[in-house]
Design a protein around this ligand. Structure first.
Ligand code: SAH
Length: 367
């Protein structure tokens, strides 16, 4: 994470061109390097023989090319794969591949832990230990893509920033990585297939609109401020009205056919009553959006339960009847703790939150 040498993996085309120009090299060196890194999947400078020996030596001295190191790899019975990725500083984050027909979606982490502490998310309970750099973020996709292609499979087709962390609070690294996911010289994915998901960092949404037009997902989880403040504490800073305004602004830059995804984790007896569905429909009416319902995934010490299928269907049906495209996100990979909200990695917590969470579980077990 904090290697003193700049990691070439993770630098986008503009950054690489600037680096080479600062060395007195032509900008097309960036193109050459990117083709090696992402098309040939070659990380060894010695193999990049269309660049002069002198240039390669300079790159070797002043920069590095590094992915995270795979510490563990698990495969779910439903085909979902999860990697525990070790970063240079010893922290670990998790990356998940969700195969679905010929679609290969990678769910990537952007931070070690998370600062936001949403009450229903196990990542938040781990506390926070820092940001990933762009190389760590891109490296996750690089490794998964390389594994898929080496198996003779189609490579990564979709990337979602829905693993550990809040991507908009690690803006610069997130943006360089997103640029590379879109760039034909790297992963060449369409902007609809790269999704940034946020718990509602409103200034980050405006900033995102200035720089890119990737897909945006909002983790909403409640239709009113009173409830959302309890579930998603950042709502105290940026309330629902401000969040909806930011969403409309982002949408205005996307063109008429595209929409925003609203994520809504259903928790039994908490936010899954029909009354909530009604309130949600009213709230979302003016927004071009699709709704993604996620039945709550349990983790140790979680104070919530997953609603039964009947309640989930009733909630979905109400929204569908109201004209909202409403998908039910099927639970994938929960046998290997790879489902939404179950990613924890190994976080050298700086916030002592993990400790407090363990204390709370212990207190509850004693009571
Ligand atoms: N911080 C960003 C990125 C994480 S995305 C964000 O909040 O959007 C992870 C998604 O899984 C979010 O929609 C999150 O709210 C949801 N999630 C978290 N914990 C969950 C759980 N226990 N069960 C189901 N979904 C959960």
């Amino acid at each position: 994470m904090s290697d003193t040498k700049k990691n070439l993996l993770g630098m986008d085309q503009g950054q690489l061109q600037a680096l080479f120009e600062s060395w007195g090299e032509k900008p097309y060196r960036a193109t050459q390097l990117m083709k090696w890194l992402y098309h040939q999947r070659e990380l060894d400078l010695d193999k990049m023989t269309n660049m002069s020996k002198k240039l390669r030596e300079r790159m070797a001295t002043e920069t590095t090319i590094a992915t995270p190191v795979v510490a563990e790899r698990k495969v779910s019975k439903d085909g979902t794969r999860k990697w525990i990725m070790q970063l240079a500083d010893g922290n670990q984050v998790e990356t998940v591949l969700i195969p679905d027909g010929d679609r290969h979606t990678v769910c990537i982490s952007s931070q070690v832990g998370c600062m936001l502490d949403c009450t229903f998310c196990s990542t938040g309970k781990q506390g926070f230990a820092g940001n990933l750099d762009a190389g760590d973020i891109v490296g996750q996709v690089w490794l998964v893509h390389n594994e898929l292609l080496s198996e003779g499979n189609r490579g990564v087709t979709n990337v979602v920033f829905m693993g550990m962390g809040e991507p908009l609070l690690n803006f610069d690294a997130m943006l360089s990585a997103a640029n590379l996911f879109l760039d034909d010289l790297a992963f060449g994915l369409s902007k609809r297939r790269v999704t940034v998901s946020t718990a509602g960092v409103v200034p980050g949404i405006y900033k995102l609109a200035e720089h890119t037009d990737v897909a945006l997902a909002i983790s909403l989880h409640a239709p009113n401020d009173a409830l959302r403040e309890q579930l998603v504490p950042i709502n105290k800073k940026y309330n629902i009205a401000e969040l909806m305004k930011a969403c409309r602004h982002y949408l205005s830059g996307l063109g008429d056919k595209r929409s925003i995804t609203i994520e809504y984790t259903l928790m039994d007896g908490v936010n899954d009553e029909l009354e909530h569905a009604r309130e949600l429909a009213t709230l979302l009416r003016p927004l071009r959006c699709k709704v993604n319902l996620i039945p709550f995934n349990p983790f140790p010490g979680a104070p919530f339960k997953r609603p039964n299928t009947h309640r989930v269907r009733a909630f979905q049906n109400y929204l569908v009847d109201q004209g909202f495209a409403t998908m039910l996100r099927t639970t994938r990979g929960d046998d290997i703790d790879a489902a939404c909200g179950q990613l924890v990695g190994q976080v050298a917590d700086r916030t002592r939150r993990a400790e407090r969470h363990r204390d709370r579980i212990a207190a509850r077990e004693i009571a």
